[in-house]
Design a protein around this ligand. Structure first.
Ligand SMILES: Nc1ncnc2c1ncn2[C@@H]1O[C@H](COP(=O)(O)OP(=O)(O)O)[C@@H](O)[C@H]1O
Ligand SMILES: [Mg+2]
Length: 251
């Protein structure tokens, strides 16, 4: 059985159809990429999968739960986390603090306990710090933990977002254009990181424009065009699909 099943998914914004009746499955452990021209609906799809948007129709079943009925924090607690196309980093906080934000959905302390700094709170904070440090280490950024986020180069900020999404120990990670704006070396580095995330047992949904990266790391590729599924298959199958070639060359 698939880890994620999308059926009949639609999203309309006034007269604009951003997602037009989409069906697909993602197998556990896959690196599953979604490609397509600008405006194809890729970011909208991620926003639907994480309940930032409510679908106009359809269902999103993750491990037996219908995500369309849940709030974003409940989806994160089920093990689905994400990064954003436009960086969402708190520049006035340290790298470690930014990553700790990602762990608090797993934290169980209430407000009263926190206000009085009870031993349970101190223990909890230590645990959250540990989880955040572990995620930073995984991303090769442990030595930057105490730096102010606004001193990091852009490529590191992209990795910081990934570390934050990993700190919550997700089962599925959604990455929206992780290689956008990166130089060649940083892009190669990002490919390795995506493979390591997958090898650690996390299912990866990847939206990315860098075709070299997509074709190298993906197990499966779905091509979106005007909110519709244009093609789906292995990287090899998709690259040879005449419909895909026409859509890309036709731009
Ligand atoms: N919040 C919104 N309000 C109105 N239209 C939107 C909104 N978000 C996305 N769209 C429209 O939906 C379409 C798909 O956009 P998007 O999902 O951002 O595409 P992609 O990520 O593939 O470039 C575009 O036509 C875009 O203008
Ligand atoms: Mg987008």
């Amino acid at each position: 059985m698939a880890l994620l099943s999308v059926r009949g998914l639609e999203k309309h914004f006034g007269g604009v159809t951003a997602i037009a009746g989409l069906d697909f499955d993602v197998e556990q452990g896959a690196i599953f990429s979604i490609i397509g021209p600008n405006g194809a609906g890729k970011t909208t799809l991620f926003n639907l999968l994480t309940s930032i948007y409510t679908p106009s129709a359809g269902t999103v079943i993750f491990d037996g739960h219908d995500l369309t009925r849940l709030k974003p924090f409940q989806i994160a607690a089920l093990g689905v986390t994400r990064t954003f196309q436009n960086l969402q980093v708190f520049l006035n906080m340290t790298v470690l603090e930014n990553v700790m934000v990602g762990c608090h959905l797993r934290s169980r302390c209430g407000m009263i306990e926190a206000a009085f700094r009870l031993p349970s709170v101190i223990r909890e904070e230590k645990k959250v710090r540990g989880m955040a440090l572990e995620a930073l280490e995984f991303c090769g950024m442990a030595d930057m933990a105490e730096r102010a986020a606004d001193t990091l180069p852009y490529g590191m900020l992209k990795k910081l977002e990934i570390a934050r999404a990993l700190a919550a120990r997700p089962r599925m990670l959604l990455m929206d254009e992780p290689a956008a704006g990166l130089n060649d070396t940083e892009t190669v580095n990002m490919s390795s990181l995506i493979r390591e995330i997958s090898a650690s047992g996390v299912t990866v949904l990847l939206v990315e424009h860098n075709m070299g990266l997509v074709m190298k790391v993906s197990h499966r590729v779905l091509v979106l065009n005007y909110g519709e599924l244009l093609s789906q298959g292995t990287p090899q199958e998709v690259q040879c699909d005449p419909k895909v070639i026409t859509a890309y060359l036709g731009q």
